[in-house]
Design a protein around this ligand. Structure first.
Ligand code: UT7
Length: 329
């Protein structure tokens, strides 16, 4: 059995937080944010939870496929902003809201690489013959873990969700070709929420609320991101004897326009190949890649059999890349 990428869906909450809005909250400017990140605005959830957004993205993905909801036998949700700390998982809440109460469902935590990790889990379960139709979701309400007095992080992140359906096929041409994944926990402190867990300096999550917000050493993260993403993408292309020019859509994690440009330039990708949504959504962590795939799907740029190259990097540190033909059914 092979695993095929069948369907995509995404959801963004309606409220927009522009760069100009942020200038009223922290010492920053539209010019600085635009020049250093490419971001113009991001969307912020008001009363929707991560699972609410995940359900909306999943419902769209389900509508766009002949696979019936009742055929879904695994749900994996990648998120760093789950509905609840520790438990229950956001995936089980999504399963319940979708009306799939008995399905195997769990969350994974791989920050911005979460969608690629979830894709590799779906592929493995399908190729092992254990599951047939896997719903993978990247959903984030990052605004809940952002400190809106910290200009180093609050200008970057937004909320949203994306979902995909990965199904078993015996047609090799439809199959996800390859997925690379990696991590390096020695860089854990570059991007973290320091309090609230068992490694926290405080006994209670209530003891020091500030430490439950995300902190990032952006410049160091930036440099490692460019280096790692470039080498990882070069490796997966070489291993599969595919030239960058054969990729229809290069869909990187949307963290920063400068990172995407640097990696795209090294690979000699054309503007048409590189998918960019960072200006309108900011960095939505695990949701950013499926939201970007959904964007090209909805604008009719993504056609059946076209090869997508996915590429992500995030807290952990974690990274991953994937060669995925679009095989709708
Ligand atoms: O998604 C997961 C992985 N995350 C990433 O890959 C993010 C990687 N990092 C980045 O995208 C960039 O490092 C940032 C956009 C976060 C920052 O850009 P940078 O070019 O690395 O800036 P910097 O941190 O080196 O800061 C340059 C200057 C500093 O001032 P001084 O020390 O030069 O006077 C900062 O204090 O910019 C200042 N600065 C700001 N100024 C206006 C930092 N944030 C802001 C801000 N507005 N929001």
């Amino acid at each position: 059995m092979y695993a095929a990428f069948r369907s995509i869906g995404a959801y963004v909450p309606p409220k927009v937080l522009s760069n100009n809005d942020l200038t009223k909250m922290v010492d920053t400017s539209d010019e600085w944010i635009t020049k250093r990140t490419g971001i113009k605005e991001r969307h912020i959830a008001e009363d929707e939870t991560t699972s609410d957004m995940g359900v909306k993205a999943a419902t769209k993905a389900l509508k766009r496929t002949a696979i019936d909801k009742s055929e879904i036998d695994l749900i994996v949700c990648a998120t760093i902003s789950p509905d609840y700390f520790c438990m229950p998982s956001t995936a089980t809440i999504i399963a319940d809201k979708l009306g799939l109460p008995n399905v195997m469902a769990f969350d994974i935590s791989a920050a911005c690489t979460g969608f690629i990790y979830a894709l590799s889990i779906a592929k493995a379960y399908i190729e092992a013959g254990i599951k047939k139709n896997v719903l993978i979701i990247g959903a984030e309400r990052l605004s809940k873990i952002i400190d809106y007095s910290d200009r180093a992080t609050c200008i970057l992140f937004g909320d949203g969700a994306g979902a995909a359906i990965i199904s078993a096929t015996d047609n090799k041409k439809e199959a996800i070709l390859d997925i690379h994944t990696g991590s390096d926990g020695s860089y854990a402190e570059l991007l973290m929420t320091p309090n609230g867990g068992s490694g926290s300096a405080h006994d209670s999550i209530r003891a020091e609320s500030a430490g439950v917000f995300m902190q990032m050493r952006g410049n160091e993260t930036f440099k490692i991101a460019v280096k790692t993403l470039t080498s990882d993408v070069k490796d997966i292309l070489a291993k599969n004897s595919i030239k960058a020019s054969e990729i229809s859509h290069f869909i990187p994690h949307q963290a920063n326009y400068r990172i995407i440009k640097a990696v795209g330039d090294v690979l000699e990708m054309t503007e048409e190949q590189v998918v960019l949504t960072v200006a309108k959504y900011g960095n939505t962590s695990s949701a950013s890649i499926p939201m970007a795939i959904n964007d090209i799907y909805e604008s009719k740029k993504l056609q059946p059999n076209e090869m997508m190259l996915l590429d992500a990097f995030g807290g952990g540190l974690t990274w991953g890349s994937a060669l995925v033909p679009f095989s709708p059914k």
